[in-house]
Design a protein around this ligand. Structure first.
Ligand code: URA
Length: 423
């Protein structure tokens, strides 16, 4: 088998066999297939797609590239959640302690920033000392003791995704239903959860720009889940505007703490409560209404915040020390009017330019930088009133580029946050 023949076959829009996919993925993991060859194949997949069978085979091969966790060693019901990636999407950090406070277990493997979207692991690393790498034994021990652990794709779980994810991030090959579905589902299946809620983002700040594409991605992930007898529910949520106010690693963690203390932005809380409710309802086999009441109670009575502090401490993080840049610039509106739209994609790109994400895969993250909106869609802004704050370290962005993210007009629009639930 020759790698060039396989790349050419996909470039010509043909279906790849299980053996061909295995040759490429195994070869990439062991170094026989080079970054430039894998990039060419990824681009051909982005352009020509994959059939459902190819996508399921790709997922299977990625899972087999490393260890899988047998969650039978964990006492209790394990639930999991994943997002397809958005701007200001910090929900994992808030809902993990919520569902644990409701009596479930979360043994979670999360990703880093991908393209212009943020990643949970980069956010957690903005907490001084937080260890994102745990051995399999310590991971299971922590979940049994604390109720949860959130680790990076280090070590031996799905090494194929770890390498591919970093390459996709740096080669413009993130936006593809089969690549996203196999990346997410390989991690979810390898880390063992039987019940998985996936937040499929849709809009200009998401990889899926239309509801149709988001539905197709949801159906692909559900089909992969079914082939492994996993219960998968997809929540299609709006990503036209950033979620919450904060975009950037440390800034988002600070907002998560506000949410767990009961002072979170309305949109973040609505999404967190929806996702957590489905996790609790499926995990405990109770009605949606009962689950929602439990979720709201553990936020209100502070139990979820208590779990959060225990979890971060268990992974050696110090929540008193979150990296946030000291240089902060206030951006003032040049006109008065209602905020009709905030371009999530542009905010994500600007945040990446400030250093919150990686432009090349070797880049180091600047954990403290980012943008905090002072206004949300539907709010009124006066001329000269603050519309956003920009947190800067070593890289600058132009004030006008920030202002261009806001569409100001005469209408007080509101945006629908949850589009649909697909089971
Ligand atoms: N999240 C992942 O884990 N992988 C993707 O490809 C996109 C979002």
């Amino acid at each position: 088998m020759e790698i060039i023949e396989i790349i050419t076959k996909k470039k010509d829009g043909q279906e790849l066999s299980y053996d061909e996919l295995k040759f490429v993925i195994d070869g990439y993991v062991n170094g026989n297939v080079k970054d430039y060859q894998m990039s060419a194949l990824l681009m051909a997949i982005v352009c020509n797609g994959m059939t459902e069978e190819e996508t399921i085979n790709l997922t299977k091969i990625m899972i087999a590239s490393g260890d899988t966790i047998n969650l039978e060693e964990i006492h209790g019901t394990v639930v999991d959640k994943h997002s397809t990636g958005g701007i200001g999407d910090k929900t994992t950090i808030i809902l993990v302690p919520i569902v644990v406070a409701c009596g479930l277990k979360v043994a979670k493997m999360s990703g880093r920033a991908l393209g212009y979207t943020g990643g949970t692991i980069d956010k957690l690393e903005s907490i001084d000392g937080y260890q994102t790498e745990l051995s399999k034994e310590d991971f299971i021990k922590q979940v049994n003791e604390i109720g949860c652990a959130v680790i990076s794709q280090s070590g031996t779980l799905v090494p194929a995704d770890k390498k591919l994810y970093a390459l996709r991030d740096a080669t413009g090959t993130t936006q593809s239903i089969p690549l996203i579905a196999s990346s997410i589902m390989s991690k979810k299946i390898a880390s063992g959860a039987s019940t998985i809620v996936i937040d499929v983002k849709v809009g200009n700040g998401a990889f899926m720009k239309t509801i149709e594409d988001a539905k197709a991605l949801a159906r692909t992930m559900i089909a992969i889940g079914e082939s492994y007898k996993r219960k998968v529910i997809c929540v299609l949520s709006n990503m036209e505007a950033p979620l919450g106010y904060a975009v950037g690693n440390g800034l988002e963690v600070r907002e998560c703490i506000d949410c767990l203390k009961g002072n979170g932005p309305k949109d973040v809380m609505e999404l967190v409560i929806t996702l957590a409710t489905y996790m609790v309802s499926m995990g405990k086999n109770i009605s949606i209404d009962e689950a929602k009441k439990e979720v709201e109670k553990v936020i209100e009575d502070g139990t979820a915040y208590e779990v959060f502090t225990k979890w971060i401490k268990a992974q050696h993080g110090d929540i008193e020390k979150i990296k946030i840049s000291e240089r902060c610039i206030s951006i003032k509106s040049k006109e008065s009017g209602f905020i009709e739209a905030i371009d999530a994609f542009k905010i994500g790109e600007l945040s990446e330019q400030l250093g919150a994400g990686r432009v090349v895969k070797e880049d180091n993250i600047e954990y403290g930088v980012g943008i905090v909106l002072s206004k949300k869609v539907g709010d009124f802004v006066l001329e000269n009133e603050e519309i956003a704050k920009v947190y800067i370290e070593n890289k600058d962005i132009k004030v006008d580029d920030v202002l261009d993210c806001f569409k100001i007009g005469e209408h007080a629009y509101s945006q629908k946050l949850i589009h649909e639930i697909i089971k």
